[in-house]
Design a protein around this ligand. Structure first.
Ligand code: COA
Length: 249
């Protein structure tokens, strides 16, 4: 009985899909190869496409999202949410059905990843576990980040706000990014700052400050007092008409 019902549901789903098929929907299927290749290329532990297809939670979450996103774009919002929440229960990865994700996204380990509604992710990006692509709670409309192509976001990093993380950028594990990150940059820390663009280190004023050869404020004050004493002594000598002697003599 249950199997018959499931079959009817599948057939109805198929008919519905083809009745609403539009140019561009094939992307959902075309990205399958790219999504598989992304894992094979970037995870040294992945041994075969079969293993990735059946066992990788990040891959499953991305595939479920492609279905949920199709439903969302065809005004099947409840079904879209249902697919996305089911995928969250199974994989620990929550992706809002409206999020726009390019081809070749690799979510490694996955657990705890959250991708918000207005997020846009370019092609061939990599996210590790516990990454949040979210909002700060202060913005309306577009309130989640846009990632360019080939962006890497390290484990536990939080990227919060409607700004862009440029192509080939790297967000370090544990960073909290609250501002735009340029192309080819590496952002680290809380709040994150850009420490490298390409292979060039970015110097920050706090790094250029000489923390060792700083002036001693006590000797500076003594120096100032000595000068003041000499000035006063000269003034007294002028008034008394006596010879000037340096302080301490
Ligand atoms: C940021 C990262 C991608 C390296 O990028 P990179 O462009 O090669 O940067 P570098 O390694 O040259 O490091 C640049 C600076 O950032 C610092 N840095 C690197 N990662 C950092 C981090 N997570 N937190 C704080 N600082 C970090 C380095 O110490 C270095 O500082 P220094 O110049 O003062 O020595 C890498 O360190 C990282 O965090 N990868 C995430 C990997 C991950 O999440 N793995 C989980 C596997 S389960």
């Amino acid at each position: 009985m249950i199997i018959a019902f499931a079959n009817v549901l599948c057939v109805c789903g198929g008919i519905f899909y083809w009745s609403r098929y539009e140019k561009g929907d094939a992307v959902m299927f075309r990205t399958l190869k790219e999504d598989l290749d992304a894992v094979m290329d970037r995870d040294p532990a992945a041994r075969s496409r079969w293993e990735v297809f059946f066992l990788y939670s990040g891959f499953k979450a991305v595939r479920s999202h492609r279905k949920a996103n199709w439903c969302y774009r065809h005004n099947l919002k409840f079904l879209a949410r249902w697919i996305s929440q089911r995928s969250r229960r199974k994989t620990g990865i929550e992706i809002h059905p409206a999020a726009q994700i390019g081809k070749g996204l690799f979510i490694d380990h996955g657990m705890g990843v959250v991708i918000g509604e207005t997020t846009r992710i370019g092609d061939n990006c990599t996210l590790y576990q516990n990454v949040t692509l979210g909002g700060t709670g202060k913005d309306h409309g577009k309130r989640h980040p846009t990632l360019g192509n080939n962006v890497l976001v390290g484990a536990g990093a939080k990227v919060l706000g409607p700004f862009t993380v440029g192509d080939n950028a790297r967000v370090a594990a544990g960073a909290v990014v609250l501002d735009a990150v340029p192309d080819d940059a590496t952002a680290v820390g809380v709040p994150a700052r850009v420490v490298k663009i390409g292979n060039k280190r970015v110097e920050h004023p706090s790094q250029q400050l000489d923390q060792i050869h700083v002036a001693d404020p006590v000797s500076m004050e003594l120096c100032r007092l000595r000068g003041e004493l000499e000035r006063l002594q000269r003034r007294v000598e002028d008034l008394e008409g006596t010879e000037h002697l340096p302080v301490g003599k």
